[in-house]
Design a protein around this ligand. Sequence first.
Ligand code: UN1
Length: 513
Amino acid sequence: MMDRAEISRILSDVGLSETNYGTFDGRWVDEGVERIVSHSPVDGSEIAGVFATSTETYEHVIRKSVEAFNRWSLMPPPERGILVREIGNALRLNKEKLGRLVSLEVGKTKSEGEGEIQEMIDVADFAVGLSRQLYGLTIASERPNHRMYEQWVPLGPIGVISSFNFPCSVWSWNSFIAAVAGDTIVWKPSSKAPLTAIAVMKVVEQVVERLGYPQIFSLVTGSGGTIGELVSGDRRIKLVSFTGSIPSGKHISRVVSERLGRTILELGGNNAAIVSSRSDMDIALKGVAFGALATAGQRCTSTRRAIVDSAIYDSFVERLIRAYSSARVGSPFNEGVLVGPLIDDKAVENFLNAIEQARSEGGKILFGGSRASIKGHENGHYVIPAVIEARKGMKIDKVETFAPILYIYRYNTIEEALEIHNSVPQGLSSSIFSNDIREVEYFLSARGSDCGIANINTGTAGAEIGGAFGGEKETGGGRESGSDSWKSYMRRQTVTINYGRDLPLSQGVRFDI
Ligand code: UN1
């Protein structure tokens, strides 16, 4: 078991205590209706409690967010950028402490926990630059003395419903970009990881207060079925950005589109790496192992399938199993551990059920696939990551099991590899390890990868924030973070100005009155 004093220290370092308020609307709302308890997957121990948001308080939070929007949206974007810049700087100062809380609450290794905070810092930098851009186009008008252009206008309050596996960085992808775009943001974090959200909001709160800006960031906590549902159905929330499972995403999409609101959906992935005989095998091995094992297979971008050239199949699989045998599973607080716990016991059950189904569908378990007991952390949720040789016609490999299971396939031609690659319902991330330009270009062609992210000689996981993040098919089609994803957080307005002395009509229409 972890030392209680150690847990208390991690909490107090980020301004948390045994019980915390889960609602922030410019101040922490003092109400105690429903208490959620956050448990550490590291050893199952109770970390701290959080008072969830009641329906009445939710209403109040949204009203304040609308009020804040009325002021914030009128501020010049570069001035909005200053707030995001200062939040990024405050996160820099708190990187280690917040990273430790991420490790405690969701089980990420130290390096990955800090990486999560770094991702927020990077998005903040990106958003600050963006605050001096937000470019519109000028369009040639067909009429004399007319000018046409596009301008981008703030959208309104937006909702961000985030998942436990990236308990704060995915919020920042949305929020920092939305903030410079002039929106206000209501965050509903996963009820499996509310503490990280509260700790981040405390950092944000201080910066906003110090600079005297409107309180544009708010927080509501509770289950998806109650608070998530309120956010989705709320007409005042112009956009709902949701990260999570495909079934929940489909539901949210129905609720939001019923009121013709907008969504950004970042749902499941079933990401594959193609390993060609013409690859550098050391790079491929590390890329596949990192993709499959990092965050214990609980990334949307986790590598779930390796499609391996039959010419190197045996040697690649043998080396991969050796790498798996040496990857230490255990407490993320222990030096040298590469694979932490799954989020809860339900996740372990899902892992074990998937292994069982794979076995019954003819899959051959080449490595792992069982529960792991870690000395001193017997109530933690650990597993031995699995490598499974897939069989044609399997069904379980078409499903995203949020756990470290890697299915392996054999291919003979690049066309066959892509056929296997694209045969799943999800389309988030993809990769090929090859130094053969023909294979690589085939992978990047219209017959190639059908995913939102396509990587060459680097794995499926670990995207940089500068690119647009998201995927196709049942992944939901949303794009967040870099590139021109900012456009989703604004509304486009086509402007036509007539500065002439008469009124010519478009398409040459005559109307002589
Ligand atoms: C997610 O799993 O929801 O690309 C996001 C990655 C991370 C983000 C993953 N930068 O693996």
